[in-house]
Each structure stands twice: as structure tokens, then as C-alpha cells.
Design a protein around this ligand. Structure first.
Ligand SMILES: Nc1ncnc2c1ncn2[C@@H]1O[C@H](COP(=O)(O)OP(=O)(O)OP(=O)(O)O)[C@@H](O)[C@H]1O
Length: 222
């Protein structure tokens, strides 16, 4: 299994580059962390890979095929993006996790699901929370439940935006232990987490500046 990101560049609204020529590959169950200062483009890079944001240059391939070849819904079923803050939806997490299984792209690709309640139980989420409304959940509960729903769909790759930022250290370790068995690209602001989790790392070190020594912009340690 291979994800290849080839020379992805993203322009800001003012026409200057947010980041330029980001290239790396993920093989099998590796974990690539993305770190760097606030506003440098980490979330946007994940969203480009997820095909949630248009990028001006470059290509992404999964097993040598482009998102267009898969079709975007199919791509997003294989490569699931979990946002930093889950949007509050109507209904309960249990209803949402059941609804996802009715999506056409899921039905075409996924024959089997894992049990999200069992997954989140490993991270100390009691079963009854699954029947509470989304707006009654704490930030840490939202984070773990959203991640459990994503994992239950058995994605080939998880794109995670600060997946443990709302968790206490002990619960964070429980989640990390589960993630270690999966292919992930994950944004983190925590240098200790970067050390613990990354098989490889990308650092968006500073905003891209035209005509400067752009070795300063990006470190791809892969
Ligand atoms: N679709 C888009 N097109 C152009 N610019 C965008 C787009 N989405 C976000 N931006 C801009 O890109 C910049 C970087 O935002 P982004 O959320 O990717 O940063 P980040 O490194 O993840 O920050 P943080 O660590 O604070 O979460 C912001 O100035 C934002 O306004």
C-alpha cells in the first residue's frame, strides 16, 4: 500500500504560496507526523490530500491511481480525514455511525466494519455516550468518538488533525497505542508525541517566501 504525494503546492488567496513542492510517500502502516508553527498550512496540507481543498500544483496517488481515477467519494472512503474540531451535527454518534454505512461509496468498498463502541471503550468512553446528542459531548469525548467512527470504517489511511489535543496524557497514550497499528498522517503540536509516534516526519518550518533560500521552508524527514 502506498500513498505518494508529488510536488503539492497551495496558493493563498493573495496569490503567494502557502507551501510549495511538498513531496513524500507513505508505505504500509507508517505514521507521518506534520508539525510546524500555527498558520503555516498543516491542516490545509491534510485537506489537499483528502481532496477537500483544491491545490494548484502537484499530484497525489494511492496505489498509483489518482483521486480522479478512483472518484473523489471513493478516495475519501479509503483515505479518511478527521478534523481538529468535529462539526456539531444533529442526532447522536450512534445514529451517525449507522448512517455512514448507508453511503453509496461505503457500500461499494466496505463489506466489514469494526465496532466503534468497542474501539472507543478502549479509550474510556462509556457506551451510553453514543446515545447522547453530539452537542452534549465534551471536546475530548467528541475527539475520541469521531476517531472511533473513522477507524470503524477500516480506512486504508487516516488523516488526523491534532487527534489527541483535547485529551489528558493517560487517555492520549491509550489512543496512540491504537493508532500505532494504522497508517496515519497526523498533525501534532506536541514534540513528545511527534517523537513517540512518527516513523517519519514533515516539518512546515516557516511560511514559503519567493526567492529566499527555501530550504528553510520545509523539512521532509522521510
Ligand atoms: N482553501 C484555502 N485556500 C487558501 N488559503 C487557505 C485555505 N484554507 C486555509 N487557508 C489559509 O491557510 C493558512 C494556514 O491555515 P492552516 O489551518 O492550514 O494552518 P495550520 O498550520 O494548520 O494552523 P494551526 O496550527 O493554527 O491549526 C491560513 O492563513 C488560512 O487562512
Amino acid at each position: 500500500m502506498k500513498l505518494k504525494v508529488e510536488n503539492i503546492s497551495k496558493l493563498k488567496l493573495d496569490g503567494t504560496y502557502l507551501f510549495k513542492d511538498v513531496s513524500f510517500s507513505l508505505y504500509g502502516k507508517e505514521i507521518i507526523t506534520i508539525s510546524g508553527p500555527s498558520g503555516v498550512g498543516k491542516t490545509t496540507l491534510l485537506k489537499c490530500i483528502a481532496q477537500l481543498v483544491i491545490y494548484e500544483e502537484g499530484c497525489v496517488f494511492f496505489n498509483d491511481k489518482t483521486p480522479e481515477e478512483y472518484g473523489v467519494p471513493n478516495w475519501r472512503t479509503r483515505i479518511i480525514y478527521v478534523p481538529q474540531r468535529t462539526p456539531i451535527m444533529p442526532g447522536t454518534p450512534l445514529e451517525f455511525s449507522q448512517k455512514i454505512r448507508t453511503f453509496r461509496s461505503q457500500q461499494l468498498i466496505n463489506k466489514f466494519y469494526d465496532d466503534p463502541i468497542e474501539i472507543s471503550g478502549r479509550w474510556n468512553i462509556p457506551e451510553e455516550l453514543w446515545e447522547k446528542n453530539w452537542n452534549q459531548l465534551s471536546g475530548g469525548e467528541l475527539q475520541r468518538i469521531s476517531l472511533a467512527i473513522a477507524l470503524s470504517c477500516r480506512p486504508e489511511i487516516l488523516l488526523l488533525d491534532e487527534p489527541t489535543s483535547a485529551l489528558d496524557p493517560k487517555t492520549c497514550h491509550l489512543v496512540e497505542n491504537t493508532l500505532k497499528d494504522h497508517a496515519c498522517i497526523m498533525v501534532t503540536h506536541n514534540p513528545e508525541q511527534e517523537k513517540r509516534m512518527s516513523t517519519h516526519r514533515i516539518v512546515l518550518k516557516s511560511p514559503y517566501v519567493e526567492n529566499e533560500n527555501n530550504n528553510e521552508h520545509l523539512l521532509v524527514d522521510i
